[in-house]
Design a binder for this molecule. Structure first.
Ligand code: APR
Length: 273
């Protein structure tokens, strides 16, 4: 009996119950902040300091967060499924901290703890859990203006701030967070991994959790994966462009729904999986 194939696609909603804001949901980042000022190559060229402050704040928030039962359930499903791939849009490390292995996970929008050189692409990954906290952020966020207002930095602070923009130890160019910004290509290697998995055959089971499926490739991958008769389970309190294709629409939070769905799958179909 051929082994069953599973694809899981996740978005910010899966980390919401770990205290990480979504982007477009209530209190989502893009409700208060302007992505054009924080998450584009142009924004970084214009004000790298502002962009780094936002990413440092997000890194700190992620460090202080813990994987929730949704992350743990997905890691469990991966352990019980031979042919499995998790494709996450999340740049946080909560899937990995819940036990999802690198071999069975694609972070298609990058990794927030990676710092990469703009010029020579030298990069390093630092979760900062080695006790090297991020430099303090001497600024406050004014939600509706979408701008970070500075508390007039003194000259010493200015020097410190300049130091806060990482410079490449190889070529001294500016370094940026290792994430995919609006208007940028998806990382080729990761894209290839998704395509290879889809080309290896249709999936019997696809879970799409916590994403508005804003990007066409997410919808495309889910529909190609289920092909003709695969099951598509959508876990999201809200409707998305994928809802019409779902064989199951679970309008609950992922931390509650996913452990149940995975247990059902693993236990009830353990003989088949
Ligand atoms: N459980 C499940 N789903 C949830 C939960 C929850 N507890 N809370 C919110 N959601 C759903 C929301 O209803 C919404 O549909 O999660 C979705 C979050 O959507 P977005 O904020 O748009 O996040 P995402 O789909 O991951 O965004 C995609 O856009 O901003 C860019 O690069 C960024 O990776 C991100 C991409």
């Amino acid at each position: 009996m051929h082994d069953r194939r599973v694809l899981v696609l996740t978005g910010a909603g899966v980390s919401a119950e770990s205290g990480i804001p979504t982007f477009r949901g209530k209190d989502g980042y893009w409700r208060n902040l302007d992505p054009a000022k924080l998450a584009t190559p142009e924004a970084f060229a214009r004000d790298p300091k502002l962009v780094w402050e936002w990413y440092r704040e997000r890194r700190q928030r992620i460090r202080n967060a813990q994987p929730n039962p949704a992350h743990k359930a997905i890691a469990k499903l991966a352990q019980h499924t031979q042919e499995f791939l998790l494709v996450t849009q999340n740049v946080d490390d909560l899937h990995a901290r819940a036990g999802a292995s690198k071999e069975k996970m694609v972070q298609i929008h990058g990794d927030i703890f990676v710092t990469r050189c703009l010029r020579c692409h030298f990069q390093f990954r630092d979760t900062g859990r080695g006790g090297s906290p991020e430099p303090p952020v001497p600024r406050v966020i004014y939600p509706h203006s979408g701008r970070l207002r500075s508390i007039a930095p003194t000259s010493v602070q200015h020097e410190q701030e300049q130091k806060d923009i990482p410079k490449c130890s190889k070529c001294s160019a500016l370094m940026r967070p290792g994430v995919v910004w609006f208007g940028e290509q998806l990382p080729w290697g990761e894209l290839r991994r998704v395509e290879n998995y889809l080309e290896d055959g249709p999936c019997d089971f696809v879970i799409v959790a916590g994403t508005t499926a804003t990007f066409g490739y997410i919808v495309d991958w889910a529909l190609r994966a289920i092909a003709s008769d695969g099951e598509l389970v959508e876990v999201n309190p809200e409707e998305t462009p994928l809802s019409q294709f779902a064989t199951q629409r679970v309008r609950e939070g992922a931390a509650l729904a996913l452990p149940r769905i995975v247990d059902e799958l693993v236990i009830s179909r353990s003989s088949k999986l």
